[in-house]
Design a protein around this ligand. Structure first.
Ligand code: AMP
Length: 464
């Protein structure tokens, strides 16, 4: 077994992996980290949950010269959510590097604050291709000091039409750079991309099954459409999951299902292509911090959903393509945690089940619900408030707010809450989300509105 200490990493980074509870490197990490530390280009096959972010982030962090406040590494991701997830993981791994600046550059947000942050100087940028290209072309992003470029989920970037932007961006970077490409699949277009942008890359494919396949229990319930709500209610009742992601194929089904659940008093939210970015961020933050127990989503909206180790993923509607199924259920049972995926199957969809079983090489076991209760009784038994409530605060990183400042404002003499009443605190560029125990929601909101954070006043709103 390879250990983190055997990969050539600096002691401070080995220490961080231990602090984060990573016991052993995942196979992707064991294979990639030594090659990347040597400065090689690399093309790797990886899935979400394989630990690939740390696989490229640790070598990048090792090479960062902190005192040189110039851009040294660039990570391209297909979606804003993935950018947020990757940036968060890099910050987490880099928490012992004092003064490390990691910036997200994504579309759908004003570019002025981004420009200002670039002017102040950052070490690592994580961004979506469109916005990155924008900054490069305006000259606000200076690429001359970049030593490493990473293309994360390269196949999805191509699928989403970012190919030309990616080529363009990479052409603006120093030719001496190291180029790292990760992709879940290897169509010809990826080989072409690699040939154009990389030099003699090391190839990393992990033969052994990755955690996404090993640790997810896959079950199916055979139900007709009219009985699906009852089946879902039964699942929630039976497994009492804290966080459930329910996938539908269409926006209309998402709306319908969310309404039915909400009317029954179940704490549920929806994520579909119609939501604007502000509300989308809000829903995701609430789901991540356990203020929202059930999230109903379409695939498009669910891309890059940054949630880990969900208790349960439900396919309320089975996707058309088996690959989509695999992607959906990958949200449960991440590295080291087992998960459960249940699909509700109509009698005419058995051939699709078979295709999925062929693709994954695993059988999906039948689950029969031995329940007598009516839908309304089942739903009533699981209705109720969520564990946490979310407070939205009108300040973020640009106001120099850190999670500790918010924690400080809510606990101790000024805030009156116990540390144990406070959940996840997410500080984004301009806003922060903090989870507090549900019963303290309005009290905590008032406290923030009445007090100050970093000597400044901010507006706090309880979001439901
Ligand atoms: P990723 O595939 O990069 O999205 O990572 C999946 C999750 O696994 C993230 O939450 C990481 O924090 C976590 N992780 C990464 N490396 C390890 C490791 N060696 N041991 C345990 N968890 C890990």
């Amino acid at each position: 077994m390879t250990e983190f200490s055997g990969l050539g990493l600096a002691p401070n980074l080995i220490a961080v992996t231990a602090e984060l509870g990573y016991k052993l490197p995942t196979p992707v990490q064991a294979a990639c980290i030594p090659a990347l530390l040597k400065g090689k280009d690399l093309i790797g096959q990886s899935k979400t949950g394989s630990g690939k972010t740390a696989a490229f982030a640790l070598p990048i962090l090792q090479g960062i010269e902190l005192e040189r406040r110039a851009l040294q590494a660039l990570v391209l991701c297909p979606t804003r959510e993935l950018c947020a997830q990757v940036a968060r993981e890099i910050r987490k791994l880099g928490r012992n590097l004092h003064g490390l600046a990691v910036l997200e550059l994504v579309g759908g947000q004003p570019s002025r604050p981004q420009r200002e942050a670039l002017e102040r100087g950052v070490h690592i940028v994580v961004g979506t291709p469109g916005r990155l290209l924008d900054h490069l072309q305006r000259g606000t992003l200076v690429a001359t000091g970049i030593r490493t470029a990473v293309l994360d989920e390269a196949d999805r970037m191509l699928d989403m039409g970012f190919g030309p932007d990616v080529h363009h961006i990479l052409r603006c970077l120093p030719t001496s750079r190291q180029t790292v490409l990760f992709s879940a699949t290897f169509p010809d277009a990826i080989e072409v991309l690699s040939a154009a942008l990389q030099r003699n890359p090391e190839r990393v494919t992990i033969e052994e099954p990755q955690s996404a396949e090993v640790e997810i229990r896959q079950l199916r319930m055979d139900v007709e459409p009219a009985d699906k709500l009852q089946a879902l209610a039964w699942l929630l009742h039976e497994y009492q999951p804290e966080s459930v992601l329910v996938f539908c194929n269409f926006k209309a089904s998402v709306a319908q299902l969310t309404d039915a659940l909400t009317k029954a008093g179940i704490n549920a939210g929806r994520l579909d292509g119609d939501l604007d970015q502000f509300h989308r961020d809000q829903v995701l933050a609430r789901f991540r911090n356990q203020s929202l127990r059930v999230l109903v989503a379409t695939d498009v909206a669910g891309r890059g959903i940054d949630v880990e180790g969900l208790d349960l993923v439900v396919n309320f509607e089975l996707p058309q393509q088996p690959e989509v199924y695999v992607h959906r259920i990958g949200r449960t049972g991440r590295a080291g945690k087992s998960g459960l995926a249940v699909s509700l199957i109509g009698s005419r969809q058995l051939d699709r089940v078979q295709l999925i079983e062929e693709l994954t090489g695993r059988s999906i076991q039948m689950l029969s619900s031995s329940h007598a209760g009516s839908v309304s009784n089942l739903l009533r038994s699981i209705a109720g408030p969520p564990k946490m409530a979310t407070i939205l605060i009108s300040g973020g990183r640009q106001d120099k707010i850190r999670p500790g400042d918010i924690l400080g404002a809510l606990t101790g003499e000024s805030g009156g809450l116990q540390g144990s009443d406070i959940g996840k605190i997410e500080v984004s560029q301009r806003l922060s989300y903090v989870a507090v125990a549900h019963e303290h929601g309005s009290h905590a909101t008032k406290r923030i509105n009445a007090g100050r954070i970093k000597k400044k006043r901010f507006r706090a709103t309880l979001i439901q």
